[in-house]
Design a protein around this ligand. Sequence first.
Ligand code: ZN
Length: 79
Amino acid sequence: MANLAKPMSVEKVPVAGVCPECGAHALKRYEALSAGGWFQVVKCQDCLASVERKPWKRLGYVDRGHVDVILNARKAAKP
Ligand SMILES: [Zn+2]
């Protein structure tokens, strides 16, 4: 049987406070990719209102170590 990696899931961290749109106690913080790049957002999980949105890591979940692995593999493949 193939050794498949587990699917990635986003960890949503509960945030204290109430949604300014619907009043629900359902705010959570997590990372989201949008047209403008990766953002760390706080959104109401009931009505999806955005409470906070700030730029996150440019490469998202890809860290510098991953990039180095790819670059080194490319170097090694060149004649
Ligand atoms: Zn809401």
